[in-house]
Design a protein around this ligand. Structure first.
Ligand SMILES: [Zn+2]
Length: 232
């Protein structure tokens, strides 16, 4: 499966102390160009397709954080998260509304529940993100299970911890929001639906995270939604 080799990649990098570099990175963002290639329509959801993965090691203590979400083929997205010391990349299937789950999970960190969990379907593996809020920081842990059909109810510890990092919540919220907005900017809602097939672009979840991020994180960037001129 070569889904991860094609399409758009958006990189969002920022540092802990925050606003100037965030603005600069955001400015660079909209310079991204579309390199869409035609990929064959994918088969049914339950087919077992090997996923491209990068197994990485220990959690980083730095606050460097990059996050990318790329529609890499019909029904596939490449999710990559990277801190100062390691990265994790997964090819995520449209079997779940993955981008919506991600946005809801990160938005949940602004609410009363300190732990947020959501899973991506790699067909057949499960990759489970566990976000634990601790004050202004979030412990991010990604656990991998070989067969999602057997592991959805399994405790986190039954999986393999494949990536972990502690990051400021404002930074995590920022890079995830930016990545999601970049997807919308590149594809539009119709284009997203055409590529992701099973689910529409999660515009409500995006707006919710944007509202929470702006309200709580004092980000200088206004994160205008679907405004291609934002970074001129
Ligand atoms: Zn921001």
């Amino acid at each position: 499966m070569t889904a991860g080799r094609h399409g758009l990649t958006f990189w969002l990098a920022a540092e802990a102390d925050v606003a100037p570099s965030i603005s600069a990175q955001a400015a660079a963002l909209t310079a991204a160009t579309a390199l869409l290639k035609h990929l064959p329509m994918r088969g049914p959801c339950l087919c077992a397709v090997p996923s491209s993965e990068t197994i990485t090691g220990r959690g980083g203590m730095t606050h460097d954080l990059q996050f990318g979400w790329e529609l890499s083929g019909s029904g596939w997205a490449t999710c990559l998260i990277k801190d100062g010391s390691s990265e994790r990349k997964d090819i995520v299937s449209y079997c779940t509304d993955a981008l919506a789950d991600l946005l809801h999970g990160v938005a949940g960190l602004y609410g009363p529940l300190p732990v947020q969990r959501f899973s991506f379907d790699l067909e057949p593996a499960e990759v489970r993100w566990v976000l634990r809020g601790r004050g202004s920081e979030v412990d991010v842990a990604i656990h991998r299970f070989p067969d999602m059909s057997a592991s959805l109810d399994a405790p986190d510890q039954k999986g393999t911890l494949v990536w972990a990092s502690t990051q400021p919540r404002d930074l995590l919220g920022h890079v995830v929001l930016e990545a999601a907005q970049s997807v919308l900017q590149a594809h539009g809602e119709d284009g997203y639906r055409a590529k992701w097939v099973r689910h529409s672009f999660p515009i409500a979840a995006l707006q919710d995270l944007r509202r929470l991020h702006l309200q709580h994180d004092r980000c200088e960037l206004r994160h205008g939604v679907a405004t291609p001129q934002a970074a001129g």
